[in-house]
Design a protein around this ligand. Structure first.
Ligand code: HEC
Ligand code: HEC
Length: 306
């Protein structure tokens, strides 16, 4: 038996052993290569599951009453412009986003653009999600691919004129929206930067806690200073460290507790839509991430609010 292989030219006996070893190594690599890939994939999914929770996607995209299927949409959102019904974002090809490419997903999240080139209403909080890191968007997408398809048709929004015309959003976008990315502030600590990212990008806390002007634009000069007229018409607390109007008397540990299980410093529990934010979102975050949010909130400019 002869091997005519350049790498195996030291006699037939040796050749056989040597090439055999190489062959085995190749087979081993091929075999172990696969689980390693699958593992990397799995990590992307579990990282994505964490992003998904930090970003609170489930509450809006799953009907509450009667309880709907996971991410099949149909949740009604009351606003001064009428009622929105969230779309199905399961992997269903007909009614969900099963036909989407990753580029479609990025355009939706970062730019608020639909696959056919139209624009989304800001009831989908892409003004915040536009700041999500590229890696996190990729992981989030990997996670969404694991969501079972639910064949449930979407329901049209029920908005008042002229907001019922989708292109009416273009004016709002000109004034208040710019596709963006989170840029770390080198002068601030790592914890502050992580907290800023969790609060401004993923947690989209400002969508409820920052006051808006008449046209529905966020008043960035009064970040998180509370909202007398939240989208659902309710009052949202001032969470800047203002001593009288905000949470200036809270410790970092008080903030962590509220976000972990909804408990307030006085022993009561938080109510309203914050219950759901805690349940679906912040209660799943690591202590380190909760601490980062606390550090960021304590460092905000204290503001009296509207
Ligand atoms: C505050 C409620 C809310 C949250 C939170 C929310 N969404 Fe949405 N989302 C909406 C609404 C409302 C729309 C529809 C907007 C429109 O019709 O213009 C939408 C649309 C979408 C679409 C477009 C679907 C399509 O078929 O065109 C995708 C994709 C999406 N959301 C994904 C997500 C992901 C991922 C998250 C979490 C990171 C998330 N959403 C969090 C309210 C929300
Ligand atoms: C869907 C709207 C919404 C979102 C998003 C939201 N909140 Fe809230 N939050 C509320 C409302 C409403 C209250 C007041 C609840 C009440 O009246 O008991 C509240 C209360 C709070 C309080 C308690 C303030 C106090 O004085 O009792 C804190 C702290 C807080 N939110 C932090 C956050 C953080 C941090 C985020 C982002 C991770 C966030 N919230 C996202 C609606 C929201």
């Amino acid at each position: 038996m002869e091997f005519d292989n350049e790498g195996c030219n030291s006699g037939p006996q040796f050749n056989f052993v040597y090439c055999g070893v190489i062959l085995l190594l190749t087979i081993a690599l091929a075999c172990f290569g696969q689980p390693a890939d699958a593992l990397a994939e799995k990590n992307a999914e579990s990282r994505g599951a964490y992003i998904f929770k930090a970003a609170g996607c489930v509450g809006c995209h799953t009907r509450a009453k009667p309880k709907g299927k996971f991410l099949a949409g149909g949740r009604r959102m009351e606003t001064p412009f009428g009622a929105f019904y969230t779309p199905n974002i399961t992997t269903d090809r007909q009614h969900g986003i099963g036909n989407w490419t990753y580029a479609d997903f990025v355009a939706a999240m970062r730019e608020g653009k639909t696959p056919d080139g139209s624009v989304y209403y800001p009831a989908f909080p892409y003004s915040s999600y536009t700041h999500i890191h590229d890696e996190d968007l990729r992981d989030l997408w990997a996670y969404l691919q694991t969501v079972p398809a639910v064949s449930e048709p979407r329901r049209e929004h029920d908005l008042i004129f002229p907001f019922s015309l989708r292109f009416s959003v273009r004016g709002w976008r000109l004034l208040y929206f710019e596709a963006s990315r989170f840029v770390p502030y080198p002068k601030k600590s790592l914890a502050w930067n992580r907290g800023a990212y969790l609060t401004r990008a993923l947690g989209h806390c400002g969508e409820c806690h920052t006051p808006r002007n008449l046209l529905g634009g966020l008043d960035k000069g009064r970040e998180l200073a509370g909202n007398k007229n939240a989208p659902d018409g309710k009052r949202v607390s001032n969470i800047t460290p203002h001593l009288k109007k905000g949470i200036g008397t809270w410790s970092e540990s008080d903030i962590r507790s509220l976000l972990r299980d909804g408990s307030l410093p006085d022993g009561d529990f938080v109510g309203g839509s914050m219950t759901e934010v805690v349940e679906n979102g912040t209660s799943h975050l690591t202590d380190k991430d909760l601490q980062a949010i606390a550090v960021f909130l304590k460092a905000l400019a204290p503001h009296e609010g509207p």
